[in-house]
Design a protein around this ligand. Sequence first.
Ligand SMILES: Nc1ncnc2c1ncn2[C@@H]1O[C@H](COP(=O)(O)OP(=O)(O)OP(=O)(O)O)[C@@H](O)[C@H]1O
Length: 429
Amino acid sequence: MLDDEGEASVFVNRDLVEPDTIIDEERIVGRDKQLESVVSFLKPTLQGNRPPNMLLYGPAGTGKSLIIGAVTQQIIELCQSKGERFGVVDINCQPINTLDQAVYELVQTVAKDVGAEIGVPETGVSTKRKYRRLYELINEHYDSVIFIIDEIDLLVGRRASDEPAYSKLLYQLSRASNTNEIEGRVSVAALTNDPKFMEDIDGRAESSFNPRDVYFPDYDATQLREILGNRRDAFRPNALEDDVIPLVAAFAAQSHGDARKAIDLFRGAGDLADERGDEGVCEDHVRESQEEIDKDRSLKLVEGLTTQKKISLYATASVACYSNRSTSSVPSPVGFKVYQWVTDKIDADQMTRETYVKYVKELSTYGLISASRKSRGRGGGMYMEFTFTGDPAAMMNRIVDDTRLEGIAEQEELLRSVANSQLREFYNK
Ligand SMILES: Nc1ncnc2c1ncn2[C@@H]1O[C@H](COP(=O)(O)OP(=O)(O)OP(=O)(O)O)[C@@H](O)[C@H]1O
């Protein structure tokens, strides 16, 4: 089978494994409960009533956008057949910084959907004017509307002390029909990975938004297998060896349970097979793509760290890497001693032990390491134990690109002995 460029390819429909491709409802699996809830909440629209507001929450890649998108699409079609205009106004807050930009983005989205002029400039007019234009467009073109605000918790606004921008936006949008600014029925669906933002919304916003919750948990390996199995026709028949889907699902379930990343890995394995001119996709392609993904991710992350964080991570990784013990986990007091040694050697500032622990713990939120609290036994106090999820030596190599640490890397034997003597001292106490 040849692809668009006339090259042999394992794919027949690569789009199906692109994350942004909108898929048919038959390909959605494992989200029956969430689908049922969203359908039941939005059904009143079809009877001419106002649906409740909704909060769809759960980790990344668990189908929040997919489910709300599929249900609202159906409602658009059902309304159309009755001659009613149901507007779906969908924005993602990730690239947006302020309330003013968010309102402008809403105006732009509606204008594009209905083919009208935006009608307000992006800058130089008040946010109020933008709201007015938004309501005007909606009143002209829709009988009812749902606002879908993705990654709502990221819309914090400029000043940390103010009421967050998401709180103001939720307040305005959810009361727009009570104040008759929008004549038709309005509802708001907020999507987030982190529902804790609700703790910071203003009391007024809370009572006017007052959402019905729908929770999206991580997918397990069985669900991911099904999701991927439903897209196997992206590949040429017989191009996939039997163990490919189970392995992709197992990798994804183990590290995140995110369908988007699982689909990325599936596609990556196919791309690798194509690159090498192999006829089919096998287990090795999956393993190598996963390694590439891990490498890229940690590389990007390490590049963005401050020097102090790099040193903390380097010292911790060196203990994991050089340890002569049977486990490679790193007790924080040992990591800190090695950190002190490294900072002395390169003549860098030295943070306190608390700061060192805070920095290393922070990296656990990126999945590079895991951190757990341990007890030293009676009277011995508590400490943190760090374990690297990937290869600590690869991590060290990446950090050494930071020139100040090159000198240390040349003293590998010395660092090895420092790490082990600190480990011995810690465990023999
Ligand atoms: N249940 C499912 N069945 C089939 N495909 C799915 C399912 N859940 C998610 N996907 C696919 O995974 C990708 C990510 O899903 P989606 O965008 O809905 O995640 P999300 O929860 O909104 O994530 P985020 O918080 O990152 O925006 C999409 O390509 C989607 O098609």
